[in-house]
Design a protein around this ligand. Structure first.
Ligand code: ADE
Length: 233
């Protein structure tokens, strides 16, 4: 059996966390259909001592533990036999911020994901392999697994055949469609037309598609200016 184009091997100390949320909803259905593939490798299986040690204290002192380069290296070599052409990714708050642009790029490739724990991995492993270092955001998670879920969810929904209506991927926040590109989304409404004495904006009931489009673009610009002025530049 050949692998689908989007084939993933995740290196982790917690393989039982996978597929987790990715086994449900859109991503889960796509996984069942074979539109993408997810395997895990238990990093501990690649430790070489009888205690199966994967980490040790940092040289120079300080808090926490550092994951050993030799153990991760063994796991990576095993992953590469499964996916020889895969892009290497390491999750860390020191990485480049994950964006919709990166999701589009990475959804076209196979990936080996290194999910670190503790204070991260020995820096020499990163020098040796030069993985793309990615951050899920400016906060500290207890490991790379949840960052991996974020990345995989964002990529899988871009795969051909995963989402039914492709216009909804285009107009949403950060989507790549023309007018709305780089803007946060306009607000959405559905039935009932009045709820808790709050009416749906008249324009949305007018049937005038030009006015609806103009209103949505104004609302998208307004919310982006208020919440994310950095996106407007
Ligand atoms: N590991 C710990 N925190 C992280 C973050 N914000 N992004 C990616 N990996 C992480």
């Amino acid at each position: 059996m050949t692998n689908p184009a989007f084939s993933i091997v995740a290196l982790t100390l917690f393989p039982e966390m996978f597929p987790g949320p990715l086994g449900h909803s859109l991503a889960g259905k796509a996984l069942e259909k074979g539109l993408w593939q997810l395997k895990t490798l238990q990093i501990r299986d690649f430790a070489t001592d009888k205690h199966k040690t994967v980490d040790d204290t940092p040289y120079g002192g300080g808090a926490g533990m550092v994951m050993r380069a030799d153990v991760i290296d063994n796991a990576l070599k095993a992953a590469k036999t499964q996916l020889p052409k895969a892009r290497l990714i390491y999750f860390t708050p020191r990485g480049v911020p994950f964006t919709q642009k990166l999701a589009h790029e990475l959804s076209q490739e196979s990936l080996i994901l290194i999910c670190g724990r503790y204070e991260g991995v020995d820096a020499r492993l990163l020098e040796e392999y030069e993985p793309l270092e990615i951050s899920a955001g400016d906060y500290v998670l207890s490991g790379g697994e949840i960052a991996a879920f974020v990345l995989l969810d964002a990529c899988v929904r871009l795969l051909p055949g995963v989402m039914g209506d492709s216009t909804s991927t285009h107009e949403e926040s950060f989507g790549l469609a023309t007018d709305f590109a780089g803007l946060l989304e306009y607000p959405h409404y559905t039935k009932p037309p009045i709820w808790n004495e709050r009416a749906v904006p008249d324009v949305l009931l007018s049937g005038n598609h030009k006015e609806i489009g103009d209103w949505r673009l104004r609302e998208a610009k307004k919310v982006t200016k208020a919440r994310r002025p950095d996106l407007i530049g």
